[in-house]
Design a protein around this ligand. Structure first.
Ligand code: 6PG
Length: 514
């Protein structure tokens, strides 16, 4: 079994030869680093070895049957092992395959009947090696692992990597957290492999689980924006009786303007695609049931634990969950009626499209606002306060900068977000930054935003993320919420006490009328 072409010292072992892992190897090698690829299933490594042998980077890439062999060829000190275990089910938590790989021992699969034990990475790596977990790990797992590696006196980085297989090859956005000592040892290599927009789209994010926390928030924002774009496409198609190809130029125009970003761009592309097999629009042959691997759920759970409102993100998650009940929804659609759709004149169509664009922009701003607020709150959380136990400091302007390239939520609006945090690091909500408040406060914009949401609702069209975003804006900007009634209700049935507007203290009670 000749999967090895090892000769001398290597900078990096990359474990996990999924599409992302393979492409990450190509990326590091293209940047001059010597990398060994290893995979649990040995036949995958063999296939990769054959493929890579034909590529210009061949002299910098080795492959090994197991980590045991690979570790013998790792530079010491200063080498690193990057685990890119394919997003699996569940994404690794708790504590899943990475803990086995790192601490208790993994396996090498030669065939269905020949599976051999491999010692834990902590026993194999030469002294001074940095171990990097590049999976979508839960921040809680990363924090635990930081502690375990620190106890062993070993260097560890838990990093978010965003950008899919293309990003891994051409330059992803990399969000590494851990000790600054570990980052100093591998930062240059990670920065070289990252996308480059105003510098490398990789920076030291912070201590402990900071990197995976930020990647989680990234994914929550991703969920929100994806849902808002999808709802907009769906409602425009229904109200205007448009085929996806008619939505394509609308999305293309938005993408060229202030909505511009990767998710808008790929959604535009998708609207223009045709299924080769049936000749139908691609979107029309794709089942309306979306899966999820867990990061949007974790972001929502973390936000609930920290007591931070993330309605756009949570609504997007719930809409995905609802989509998974396909047979139940089809059955319900036969028994529960909506209303007949409004018709729109040619003139009104243009106004409607403009309003849809404004509402989508509002939803995008809301999604980023929620993500950035969540990150500020995590930094401020006292240990264990409200379920939060986060031990890091984040530079929000730098996070906006590195999200400009390589990642899934890269978008034009990250420039003004970055500027807003540069000017005011403690900014509570990006909607307050003049760049955004001027747009949102504009009477024409607001009218459009509200009209589009009302139109969706009046016509019975799903508006989970779009509707939640407008509610978020309205609730956030309301100085006096209906929570006075909630306080009174809680006191009435449970004697929980309430606070008053005119006196200090918490223990006031309703005086029931005689
Ligand atoms: C990225 C993506 C990537 C992946 C997630 C989300 O930043 O490159 O977020 O990490 O798409 O696994 O997947 P789900 O939609 O399945 O949760």
């Amino acid at each position: 079994m000749a999967v090895t072409n090892l000769d001398g010292e290597y900078d990096l072992i990359l474990y996990g030869l999924g599409v992302m892992g393979e492409n990450f190897i190509r990326n590091f090698a293209r940047n001059g680093y010597r990398v060994i690829g290893v995979n649990r299933t040995v036949s995958v490594t063999e296939r990769f070895a054959q493929e890579v042998a034909e590529e210009p980077i061949a002299d910098r890439v080795g492959t090994a049957e197991t980590l045991v062999e690979a570790c013998k060829h790792l530079k010491s000190p200063g080498g690193a092992v990057l685990a890119m275990v394919k997003a699996n089910d569940p994404v690794n938590e708790p504590w899943g395959p990475n803990d086995q790989l790192f601490f208790s021992g993994s396996q090498a699969k030669y065939s269905d009947t020949d599976v051999r034990d491999v010692p834990a990475l902590v026993e194999l790596v030469p002294e001074g090696t940095v171990i990097i977990d590049a999976a979508n790990s839960h921040p809680r797992s990363t924090k635990k692992r930081c502690g375990e590696f620190a106890e062993r006196g070993m260097l560890f980085i838990g990093t978010g990597v965003s950008g899919g297989s293309e990003g891994a090859l051409k330059g992803p956005c990399i969000m590494p957290g851990g000790t600054s000592e570990a980052y100093d040892a591998v930062g240059e290599m990670l920065e070289a492999a990252a996308a480059q927009v105003d510098g490398p789209c990789c920076t030291y994010i912070g201590d402990n689980e900071a990197g995976h926390f930020v990647k989680n928030v990234h994914n929550g924002i991703e969920y929100g924006i994806m849902a808002a774009i999808s709802e907009t496409y769906h409602a425009l198609a229904a109200l205007l009786d448009y085929a996806p190809e008619q939505i394509h130029p609308i999305f293309a125009e938005w993408n060229a303007g202030r909505h511009g970003g990767y998710l808008m761009e790929i959604s535009t592309e998708i609207c223009g695609m045709t299924d080769a097999e049936t000749g139908k629009p691609m979107l029309d042959v794709i089942l309306d049931r979306a899966g999820q691997k867990g990061t949007g759920k974790w972001t929502s759970q973390i936000a609930f634990d920290l007591g931070v409102p993330v309605p756009t993100i949570a609504a997007a998650l719930q809409a995905r969950i609802m989509s998974s009940f396909k047979p139940a929804r089809v059955a319900a659609s036969e028994k529960l009626q909506g209303v007949a759709l409004d018709g729109f004149s040619a003139d009104a169509k243009d106004r409607l499209i403009e309003a849809a664009g404004d509402a989508l922009y509002g939803a995008m701003v809301a999604a980023y606002a929620q993500g950035f607020w969540l990150m500020s709150e995590a930094m401020d959380a006292e240990p264990a306060e409200n379920g939060g136990d986060y031990d890091f400091t984040l530079e929000l302007d730098e996070i906006a900068r590195i999200w400009k390239g390589g990642c899934i939520i890269r978008a034009k609006m990250l420039d003004p977000i970055r500027e807003a945090f540069q000017q005011e690091p403690d900014l509570h909500n990006i909607m307050l930054a003049p760049h955004f408040s001027e747009v949102i406060n504009d009477a024409g914009f607001q009218k459009n935003w509200r009209w589009w949401v009302r139109t969706m609702v009046e016509n019975g069209l799903p508006a989970d993320a779009i509707g939640a975003s407008l509610n978020y804006f309205d609730t956030y900007r309301t100085g006096r919420l209906p929570a006075n009634m909630i306080q009174a209700q809680r006191d009435r049935f449970g004697e929980h006490g309430f606070e008053r507007v005119d006196k200090e203290g918490k223990g006031f009670h309703l005086t029931p009328a005689d």
